[in-house]
Design a protein around this ligand. Structure first.
Ligand code: AMP
Ligand code: MG
Length: 402
């Protein structure tokens, strides 16, 4: 008997509408303070402002001799040696120099440092500049950062390149978003664990680990709920458990129109309100999004490329809302290496591409959403909007990195 589920008769909604629903439904999670050493990957929930000038004093950029430029090339009387970390004790008078180390504080009276490689030693602790001319070799106080300057804004992810700015500001316990807890549940009678050798009509579960890794890369805590058979009661029970333990539950498989696609019904059974059930996107048309209390669920098509793309374009948006992340992946606008065509243009298509050494976007071999190994050779995806059936060689396309 053909199944008709309530709300499933309608056609797919445009991707932009789905995106809007996802964005509007989530609120930010709580913020918490964490030690800086444990903050990698977290999203900042405070602005980080510098509490001082950087450099904090005029400092030497080189090992050499501090002097007055008007006295060059010398000879100079060397009055002291200034190591990094110890303030100078002398003000330089005319004809005087101080031996100075990189990072050391410039003495009063000096406006120039010539490098040690261009210093000619003379008798009686004297020295002369032997080069033709010299740069100042001074890093001026506040030239990098002024007091009160915004270094990293709320909404940034704490990456290795951002974390040093927090250390610079003495922000050793940044306020960050709590980590979202993401659960992953695979469904399907044909699915076996990757550790098993599939027999007969079975295939290995590639979605679970792929999705868990995508979530981990977004700074989430992850939980795997394993593989559940295509059995309505078993799926409902697993969903209820997952929803109680997770902020976001991701269920793969069982959302299409097949006789054993039981997930939407099981979601309703488990008390989820479904906010959409189909999106005009390719891959990823049978994508279900719902909520139960503060927990959200995505039901994703079983094909692994579909799963990957739905995570990339919808789940990441939900996680961004929850964590307060304001940055989006920086893409590049590149010319297409060769024409890309499709027979129908009623969905927003995502096509995996690689970036060639010549800087062109080139579609990778891709046989459709089951072709999971195609992703490993891709650097990004390009989009073909609804109504666009072909892109020509040389057309500029936006490559979103994956
Ligand atoms: P479904 O969405 O359940 O109709 O599944 C669509 C296709 O994806 C079928 O060929 C499934 O065998 C495959 N599939 C479903 N779940 C997984 C999984 N966890 N890993 C790899 N392939 C899967
Ligand atoms: Mg299935």
């Amino acid at each position: 008997m053909p199944r008709t589920l309530p709300g499933r008769k309608g056609g797919p909604i445009p991707f932009e509408e789905a995106l809007d629903i996802v964005r509007r439904s989530a609120a930010p999670l709580e913020a918490e303070k964490v030690p800086l050493a444990l903050a990698l990957g977290r999203v900042l929930r405070q602005d980080v402002v510098s509490d001082m000038a950087m450099p904090p004093f005029d400092k030497s950029a080189m090992d050499g001799f501090a002097c007055r430029r008007s006295d060059l090339p010398g000879p100079f009387e060397v009055v002291e040696t200034i190591p990094a970390g110890r303030p100078p004790t002398r003000t330089l008078a005319q004809g005087q120099a101080a031996k100075i180390m990189t990072g050391a504080m410039l003495p009063e009276g000096a406006d120039c440092v010539f490098v040690v490689e261009e210093a000619e030693a003379l008798p009686d602790r004297r020295v002369r500049h032997s080069g033709r001319k010299t740069a100042d070799n001074i890093c001026r106080k506040g030239s990098d950062v002024s007091p009160g300057q915004l270094l990293v804004a709320a909404g940034a992810r704490i990456t290795p390149k951002a974390v040093s700015s927090l250390a610079l500001a003495g922000c050793v316990e940044p306020l960050v978003s709590r980590k979202p807890v993401v659960g992953v549940l695979a469904t399907g009678d044909e699915i076996v664990a990757p550790s098993e050798r599939p027999g007969g009509a079975q295939i290995r579960d590639t979605n679970s680990i792929q999705t868990l890794c995508q979530a981990a890369q977004c700074g989430c805590d992850t939980r795997s709920y394993g593989i559940v058979r295509d059995d309505a009661a078993a799926i409902s029970a697993a969903l209820a458990r997952g929803a109680a333990e997770c902020d976001v539950l991701i269920v793969t498989g069982g959302v299409s129109m097949g006789d054993f696609d039981l997930v939407p019904g099981a979601l309703r059974e488990a008390g989820f309100e479904l906010l959409f059930e189909k999106v005009a996107a390719q891959p990823g048309k049978p994508t279900v999004f719902g909520r139960r209390g503060a927990s959200f669920v995505f039901g994703m098509p079983g094909n692994p490329v579909s799963c990957f793309i739905v995570f990339e374009f919808l789940v990441k948006e939900l996680l961004a809302r929850m964590t307060g992340l304001s940055e989006r992946p920086a893409g590049a606008r590149l010319p297409l290496a060769a024409a890309v065509r499709r027979s129908r243009a009623d969905r927003l298509a995502r096509i995996p591409v690689r970036v060639t050494p010549a800087g062109l976007a080139e579609a990778v071999p891709y046989h459709g959403s089951a072709h999971v190994t195609s992703l490993a050779g891709a650097d990004g995806v390009i989009s073909m909007p609804v109504g666009v059936a072909s892109l020509e060689e040389g057309d500029l396309v936006d490559v979103r990195p994956i």
